[in-house]
Unconditional design. Structure first.
Length: 229
């Protein structure tokens, strides 16, 4: 989910809203409030609460707020609605790609603390990676799809469909300061699946009609033989 609503307290610098905000400087002790970040499994909330509740032990403060109903919600930032199952930094380090079991694939701008791009995968996401040029994101799904997401056009394409879950993806190592080919053409992408296979693809030119070409597949991690009596 995107940020549903946001009201930043004047005491909070919006550029650093993910950091712990300062307390409200109110001279009236009876009306003094404090700003708190309440973090859940999928969401982050900025609320103002009476200082008496905020100063209570952490184990009871949330209960007091819930019962008294005195908290004022200033911001709610919802992240993945189900478990985040893959993350990867962009080559420049500014962006982070993440995927979840609800089929969301999101690129976050960590400098602005905001969503930069978002799309939906065909099935629950198990792994994500950035292309070496930072222009696309690749993801692997629980149902075996290997997907290519063009961040410029926001188009998501299915590259291949495996017969088992894609558990990891990794591009070939890039030599420092080396010039990258346009659209990473000729570079290799390796994936692993839950059947123990390692598959290597080569990035193709758009004029070739296919985004990737499968170079080879090897059963690198064969299943253990069944135990016999």
């Amino acid at each position: 989910r995107d940020i549903r609503h946001m009201h930043v307290h004047p005491a909070v610098d919006a550029r650093t809203w993910l950091d712990a905000p300062p307390s409200d400087d109110d001279d009236d002790d009876d009306n003094a409030t404090s700003l708190l970040w309440l973090a859940g499994e999928h969401e982050l909330h900025l609320v103002s609460v009476p200082s008496v509740a905020a100063s209570a032990p952490s184990s009871s403060a949330a209960a007091q707020i819930a019962v008294a109903g005195d908290a004022v919600l200033h911001a709610q930032c919802s992240f993945h609605t189900l478990s985040c199952s893959g993350v990867a930094f962009s080559p420049c380090g500014r962006f982070v790609a993440s995927g979840d079991l609800a089929c969301n694939v999101i690129v976050w701008d960590r400098e602005r603390h905001a969503i930069a791009h978002r799309t939906t995968a065909p099935m629950s996401v198990r792994a994500v990676t950035f292309a070496p040029d930072g222009k696309s994101v690749q993801c692997g799904c629980l149902s075996g799809e290997v997907c290519h997401w063009n961040l410029g056009s926001n188009e998501l394409s299915i590259v291949d469909t495996r017969d088992s879950t894609v558990t990891c993806l990794h591009w070939q190592r890039v030599v420092p300061d080396a010039a990258l080919p346009d659209d990473c053409v000729g570079m290799k992408l390796a994936i692993g699946d839950s059947n123990g296979n390692v598959v290597v693809y080569e990035r193709q030119s758009p004029s070739d009609g296919a985004l990737y070409r499968k170079l080879y597949q090897v059963l690198a991690h064969p299943p253990r033989p069944e135990e016999r009596c």
